[in-house]
Write a protein that binds this ligand. Structure first.
Ligand code: NAP
Length: 518
């Protein structure tokens, strides 16, 4: 198999029974192409996208002809753009800086100044990609990354169409990459999809949920479907409940403009947490093609049931001033740019059920928040207690429930918690843990999520990108929750550095359970 064969991924998203399923073990090298980034002066472009491009080049996964085009409202020359990329790479790249890699990459840098509504700027962009096809052999293959606030998606997509940038020549491709949030509710998500779908065919649209690019998230699939010992107990017969947590210890930082009015449910629950739920709860896919994977995620998401009583089955909060990491921090309402009467929640929790034979009656508790006790993302599958304990009552006083915890970040790995005899003459059983850590078991470090996802975009390989239907189902789950909250009062305050509002604890206590302290 040549490099070109490897590069020509089957973009249909359908399972191809003739395709060797071992393909994915081979180095997957992008073919000739360019990546055009809109919003190249932004935080995401500098912290994640530019370093990821360099890391891919450093790993030999980009072709020598690769080109990176920046588009922004700056009066920059090409050298200024190169300097910005250089600084971003120096500061944030994962792999060591190598002069020869940098020099080759930088030869493909181009910069187009302009506003999004400026027709001449898009004409220049068109000339730039045409010139790249000629001078660097990018062969008409161009991906457009919309790293801009969502309100600009429509104008940029429209401009791409109007200036003939969205249409590919036979044998070439044009793709568009859209960052979250995909709307702020179902109606706006559908509107956004309509706009993008009117210009690009479905298999050319890549919606980024960067959680899906994380090795540890992909490992949920390996753990569940490459092993024999978990799947038989992955059901209501053995599982008591599932807790999915994405906790941040930081506040909103300088992102008041984005966050206010959006809040934790739309920012994290709608995308990252529901994707983690889908991967944890879904049935085994026929293959890991985009279509087969999405099919199973869709089935899981469409079986999600909201609590009948949203007051009892959800919780929301807003962080108040407090001490965190030895430092006094402001409350959300005192953050710069946040109106003092803002009702935006910085904490969201919900109790969901999944109406399938596998999961009937098993609660899935999802929570996310800012300024919580520590930064951690994990999925904890908590098992029933043993039906009978043939020990004296005091022997098992310190025995909890068995649990399998997939640690998404940080300290990536998996922990199994189970009971073990305490050494000594008597029989006392206590919780212990068995631990797998990526850092200990593998010598190679994990690529950043954006490395994986950018490469997949350039290869046209869609399994790790949520499809349109997932977007619809996710909003259908989140809209009733945010709608219910909107009709209530202000969110409940919680002190920064704690684990959220008291109502979230009450929500679980009502079920006779409590949140894990990760
Ligand atoms: P950002 O720092 O606010 O950058 C936005 C970019 O858009 C900047 O380059 C900005 O250019 C440009 N822009 C804004 N208004 C413009 C206008 N009227 N005309 C031309 N350009 C304009 O945003 P970001 O954090 O990089 O995020 C980009 C996208 O990724 C957003 O959709 C965001 O929701 C999403 N996202 C970001 C993160 C993250 O970690 N940052 C994570 C997940 C998703 P100027 O410099 O000229 O203003």
């Amino acid at each position: 198999m040549t490099e070109l064969d490897v590069a020509q991924a089957d973009g249909s998203g359908y399972h191809n029974p003739l395709r060797d399923p071992q393909d994915r073990r081979l180095p997957r090298i992008a073919g000739p192409c360019s990546l055009v980034i809109f919003g190249v002066t932004g935080d995401l472009a500098k912290r994640k996208l530019m370093p990821a491009i360099y890391d891919l080049a450093n790993r030999g996964l980009l072709p020598p002809s690769f080109a990176l085009v920046g588009f922004a409202r700056r009066d920059w020359a090409e050298q200024d753009f190169a300097q910005v990329v250089y600084e971003a790479v120096k500061e944030h790249a994962r792999t060591p800086f190598r002069d020869e890699v940098w020099k080759q990459l930088a030869e493909g840098f181009r910069f187009v100044p302009g506003e999004f509504d400026d027709d001449t700027a898009f004409d220049r962009l068109r000339q730039t990609v045409d010139e790249l096809d000629q001078s660097r052999g990018t062969s008409g293959n161009h991906a457009f990354y919309l790293s801009v606030p969502p309100k600009f998606f429509p104008v940029v997509v429209h401009q791409l169409k109007e200036h003939g940038l969205a249409e590919s020549e036979p044998g070439a491709w044009r793709r568009v990459v859209v960052e979250k949030p995909f709307g702020h509710d179902l109606a706006s998500g559908l509107e956004l999809s309509k706009i993008v779908h009117a210009v690009f065919p479905p298999d050319s649209i890549f919606r980024i949920d960067h959680y899906l690019g994380k090795e540890t998230v992909q490992n949920i699939l390996a753990l569940r479907f490459a092993n024999e010992m978990y799947e038989p107990i992955w059901n209501r017969g053995y599982v008591d409940s599932v807790q999915i947590t994405m906790a941040e210890d930081i506040g909103i930082g300088g992102r008041a403009g984005y966050y206010d009015g959006i809040g934790a449910a739309r920012d994290v629950l709608q995308n990252h947490l529901l994707q983690l739920l889908a991967l944890t709860a879904m049935e085994e896919p026929v293959s890991f093609s985009a279509r087969d994977l999405r099919l199973e995620k869709l089935k899981a998401l469409s079986a999600v049931r909201l609590p009948a009583d949203l007051a009892a089955g959800t919780a929301r909060g807003q962080y108040a001033a407090g001490w965190q990491g030895g430092e006094f921090v402001h409350g959300f309402l005192e953050e710069e740019g946040i109106p003092p009467d803002s009702r935006t929640e910085t904490y969201a929790a919900v109790r969901l059920e999944i109406d399938t034979r596998r999961w009937a009656g098993v609660p899935f508790y999802l929570r996310t928040g800012k300024r919580l006790g520590r930064r951690v993302t994990e999925i904890a599958v908590i098992f029933h207690r043993a039906p009978h304990l043939p020990f004296g009552k005091t022997a098992t006083e310190e025995l909890g429930q068995n649990a399998l915890v997939m640690r998404i970040q940080p300290d990536e790995g998996v922990t199994v918690r189970f009971g073990s005899k305490v050494p000594g003459p008597g029989m006392e059983v206590r919780d212990v843990t068995m631990d797998f850590g990526y850092g200990k078991s593998f010598t190679e470090s994990s690529p950043e999520a954006y490395e994986r996802l950018l490469l997949d975009v350039l290869l046209g390989d869609p399994p790790l990108f949520p499809g349109h239907e997932e977007l619809v189902l996710s909003w259908q789950i989140v809209d009733p929750i945010t709608g219910f909250w909107a009709s209530g009062g202000a969110p409940e305050p919680y002190v920064a550095g704690t684990w959220g509002p008291a109502s979230a604890d009450v929500m679980l206590a009502r079920d006779g359970r409590s949140w894990r302290r990760p």
